[in-house]
Design a protein around this ligand. Structure first.
Ligand code: TXA
Ligand code: MG
Length: 351
C-alpha cells in the first residue's frame, strides 16, 4: 500500500500554492486524483507511457481502454493531435467544458495512453482546479475517471478515497462535481461528428455547430456480440452497483406516476429491503429503508448530478435489487439514460 496525500482545496485562497505538490507528483510520473466539472479524474502525465501503466494498475482497468488527454487550454490540442476547422468550431463553442474530441494522435502521445489506437481523445476541462493543475504540471494529463474499474464514476473526493486510497500518490478534494456524468465524446470524421458517449454537451447543442451529428448505435442499444464499440470503454460493464438494477419506464404518455408508485409499493411489500431510486415527488408515498431520491421528476440535471453517488450508496445497503425511475431522454436526459441503461445491464421494465 502506498502513502496517499489528501489535499483539501480552500477556494478562499489562491489555488496555485495548494496544487504545487500535486503538479510536482504528476510531472515526476506519479498519480493524482483531481476534481473536474464532470467526474473526478485519475491523472498521470500523458507523455509518460509508464504513468499510463500505473493508471491502469491503480484502477484495475484493461489496458486496451484508451485514456482521455486533458489540456490546459483548447489550443494545446494541436500539440498532441491533428486538429481541423471543425475542432476549432467545437472548441470555440464548448471548451473549456464537458466535451472530449477524438482526433488523429501525434507521435509524442505514447501508445499506452491511447490503448494502441492511432487516435486520441482531447478534453479541456472547465473546472478551475483541473485547469490550474494541468497548467502547473506543464504536461498534458491522461485521466480516466478516478474509480476502480466497474464502479460508478466518482463525483466527490470521498468516492475516490473509497476506491483509491493507498493506490495513488494524491487525492485532491475540490468538492462535488457539478455535472456528475462523464464528458460527451465525439469523433470527427471529415465534417461530420459521431457521438460516442452522450454527456452535458447534448446532440442539440452539437448540431448548432455541426449539422451532421450521428449518434453511435452503442449509445442506446447493447451492441451485438462480436461488434467492437467505437469507444473501447463502452464494452465493459460500467457504473454498476453490487445489486441488480431494473429501470422502470412508461409505456404511454400519461399516468406514469400513479403506475410507478403502485409498482414500487408492490416491490416494497414483497421485500422491504429492496432498493428504490425515485423522483422526489414519489418519496412521501414509499416507505422503506433503502428508498433514495435523486431530484424532482423534470430535473434531469439533478438526476445526473446525483446518479453515481446514489448508485454507490446502494452498495452500503443490503439491497439485492434496485428499481430506478427513468425520465425523459432529451437534453442531458440522453446521457443520464445511457448511464442508467449500463448500470442496469439494459434491463428495462415498461409499465
Ligand atoms: O468526463 C470525463 O471524460 C472524465 C474526466 C476525468 O475527464 N474522464 C473519463 O474517462 O470519463 P474514462 O477513461 O473513464 O472514459 C473515457 C472513454 C472510454 O470509454 C474510452 O474508451 C473513450 O473515452 N476513449 C478515449 N480515447 C478514445 C479514442 N481515441 N477513441 C475512442 N474512444 C476513446
Ligand atoms: Mg470511467
Amino acid at each position: 500500500m502506498m502513502k496517499t496525500k489528501i489535499v483539501r482545496i480552500d477556494y478562499q485562497k489562491p489555488l496555485a500554492a495548494q496544487l504545487t505538490e500535486a503538479a510536482e507528483i504528476l510531472r515526476a510520473g506519479g498519480l493524482a486524483a483531481f476534481p473536474t466539472e464532470t467526474v473526478y479524474g485519475l491523472g498521470g502525465s500523458a507523455l509518460d507511457g509508464d504513468a499510463a501503466h500505473r493508471i491502469y494498475a491503480a484502477k484495475g482497468r484493461p489496458s486496451d481502454n484508451p485514456l482521455i488527454v486533458h489540456v490546459a487550454k483548447p489550443s494545446d490540442a494541436e500539440k498532441y493531435a491533428v486538429t481541423n476547422a471543425l475542432y476549432e468550431k467545437l472548441a470555440r463553442a464548448f471548451m473549456p467544458g464537458p466535451l472530449t474530441v477524438v482526433l488523429p494522435k501525434r507521435e509524442n502521445v505514447p501508445c499506452s495512453v491511447t490503448g494502441g489506437l492511432t487516435t486520441v481523445g482531447i478534453r479541456c476541462p472547465g473546472h478551475p482546479v483541473a485547469r490550474e493543475l494541468i497548467r502547473l504540471a506543464g504536461v498534458p494529463i491522461a485521466a480516466p475517471s478516478a474509480n476502480l474499474s466497474g464502479k460508478p464514476s466518482p463525483t466527490a473526493a470521498r468516492h475516490c478515497i473509497d476506491d483509491l486510497f493507498g493506490r495513488v500518490d494524491c487525492i485532491i478534494d475540490g468538492g462535488d462535481s457539478e455535472v456528475g456524468l462523464e464528458s460527451t465524446i465525439v469523433k470527427i470524421t471529415g465534417d461530420t461528428l459521431t457521438l460516442l458517449r452522450p454527456g452535458a454537451i447534448t446532440p442539440e447543442m452539437l448540431k448548432t455547430v455541426c449539422p451532421s451529428v450521428t449518434i453511435d448505435e452503442g449509445v442506446l442499444d447493447r451492441l451485438p456480440d462480436g461488434v467492437a464499440p467505437q469507444a473501447p470503454g463502452m464494452k465493459y460493464r460500467h457504473y454498476a452497483p453490487r445489486a441488480k438494477v431494473y429501470l422502470i419506464r412508461s409505456a404511454q404518455d400519461d399516468g406514469f406516476d400513479e403506475r410507478a408508485i403502485a409498482f414500487l409499493r408492490e416491490r416494497l411489500t414483497e421485500s422491504p429491503d429492496v432498493g428504490i431510486l425515485c423522483f422526489d415527488e414519489y418519496a412521501p408515498h414509499l416507505s422503506g429503508k433503502n428508498v433514495l431520491t435523486f431530484g424532482k421528476k423534470d430535473d434531469e440535471a439533478a438526476h445526473s448530478h446525483l446518479l453515481f453517488d446514489r448508485l454507490r450508496r446502494f452498495d452500503e445497503t443490503d439491497a439485492e435489487a434496485i428499481y430506478a425511475t427513468a425520465g425523459s431522454t432529451s437534453g442531458i436526459g440522453l446521457a443520464l439514460y445511457n448511464r442508467m441503461l449500463k448500470a442496469s445491464g439494459y434491463t428495462v421494465l415498461i409499465i
